[in-house]
Design a protein around this ligand. Structure first.
Ligand SMILES: *Cc1c(COP(=O)(O)O)cnc(C)c1O
Length: 433
């Protein structure tokens, strides 16, 4: 499979090239040249397949040209080393819990898959290593750090804004050691991201092989299809059509669901639920796509003012707004509505949603109110403990700290403080991977 740039001004790339480069040279996102639906028979018999078999069927056309079958199956096996439970919380409403991985957020799936692909591509180059450079506002850094821990041939450098990530998130970034290093930037997330962009463009750093690990990378995006298949399998016997609601920021997760649908997965409709960063809901209403500076909310992993994956969603719907609307709706919710939903779900069902999952729940309810009779699933994208303050003050209750979080809370933070791009550059030059 080859991938072309959605800016249409770069040569096509193989899976391997696209994964290593992240973004195409014309700064466009990569997109597969063709998408072949899976056999109808496969969906009819999906309950007879294991999760690993399903994942292999879903991803094989995208990666087999560069990773042999046995290795791809091993990568999938290592990626899916935790559960994806579907928890019924009301009639016709289930929570797809994507937080049972090592950093307790759904990004573990993409990060683990991508890390193992890079490790595979680098398997013979023990002397030449790539450096994954990533800026994080919280969850991405932890998932990437954990996913790449001890992967041969890959070093990870994470930039995070000092004092602006939660305690748990900071521990997840700074206590792993080995091939993971954390730089604590005196500034904001935008400053971190600017430094990363500068490094990618810096001619002086050409000898340091840099690559990115954010959601634009196809190896982080595509494996997110897997759990849409798993949820469908779990609901199939109910015989109702399935609707997914996905709390969305950069729209990578929901875009993976729509790719699963392109492969033939029988999904009736997608709901993209956002916080007040409502660029996509506005676009569906007005037909005008108007990016804006992001605004802060309690579901901060979705504070995105220009969702990078939306262009892939448009591509998947033939760049036609009406055809998009036939399968996709999008609604936005305020922090107050989010807190009210968290309380309601807790009081009536005894279920604790994190703020992101609560936005997903709200989107699903809105859709089902107007379109009853479907089986609805919202994606619970992070464990409530990752947003401890918000959850505990909103619900007036204590959240149990899971074992994998407790373990890291006792570890010592190791980070290097930097103020300027010059210091980052010096760090990368004297620590060439
Ligand atoms: C990253 C993230 C999201 C948004 O996912 P996108 O793929 O960027 O739309 C939602 N919830 C949580 C907890 C996240 O970390």
């Amino acid at each position: 499979m080859n991938y072309f740039s959605l800016n249409h001004n770069a040569p096509v790339a193989s899976f391997k090239q696209a994964v290593i480069q992240g973004l195409a040279p014309d700064k466009g996102l990569y997109f597969p040249e063709s998408i072949q639906p899976l056999d109808k028979e496969f969906f009819r018999n999906i309950d007879t397949f294991s999760e690993e078999e399903i994942a292999f069927e879903a991803i094989k056309q995208f990666a087999l040209s560069d990773i042999p079958e046995a290795d791809l199956k091993q990568i999938i096996k290592d990626t899916l080393s935790f559960d994806f439970p579907l928890v019924n919380i009301e009639s016709n409403i289930s929570s797809l819990e994507l937080f049972h991985g090592p950093t307790m957020a759904f990004k573990d799936v993409g990060a683990r898959f991508m890390a193992r692909c890079l490790g595979y591509f680098n398997r013979h180059n023990s002397s030449s290593t790539v450096t994954v450079l990533v800026a994080t506002s919280g969850d991405t850094g932890g998932a990437v750090a954990n996913g790449f821990l001890n992967v041969k041939g890959v070093n990870v450098v994470i930039l995070y804004p000092s004092g602006k990530v939660s305690d748990i998130q900071e521990k997840q970034l700074t206590t792993l050691g080995a091939n993971i290093r954390a730089l604590e930037v005196n500034g904001t997330f935008d400053d971190c991201q600017d430094m990363v962009k500068n490094a990618f463009l810096d001619e002086d750093l050409k000898s340091v092989k840099l690559t990115s690990a954010n959601s634009i990378n196809i190896a982080r995006w595509l494996p997110q299809m897997f759990y849409f298949f798993f949820a469908y399998r779990a609901l199939k016997k109910q015989g109702k059509e399935v609707v997914f609601s996905v709390p969305s920021g950069n729209f990578g997760n929901i875009c993976a669901g729509m790719m699963a649908h392109k492969l033939g997965l029988p999904i009736r409709h997608f709901v993209a639920a956002t916080n007040i960063n409502d660029i996509v809901p506005n676009y569906l209403k007005s037909g005008h796509y108007e990016p804006r500076a992001s605004r802060s909310t309690i579901s901060n992993a979705m504070d995105v003012g220009n969702p990078s994956n939306f262009i892939r969603i448009q591509q998947l719907s033939g760049n036609d707004l009406n055809s998009l609307k036939s399968i996709f709706s999008s609604y936005s919710f305020t922090d107050e509505e989010t807190r009210t939903a968290m309380k309601k779900v807790y009081d009536t069902c005894g279920y604790i949603c994190d703020p992101h999952g609560a936005v997903g729940y709200l989107g699903l309810k809105r859709f089902l109110d107007e379109h009853p009779g479907y089986s609805g699933v919202f994606l619970e994208t992070a464990h409530p403990v990752k947003f401890l303050d918000t959850v505990e003050t909103t619900l007036n209750t204590k959240v149990n700290i899971p074992e994998q979080i407790q373990k890291i809370m006792n570890r010592d933070k190791v980070s290097l403080k930097i103020d300027t791009y010059k210091e980052l550059k010096q760090f990368l030059s004297i620590n060439p991977a």
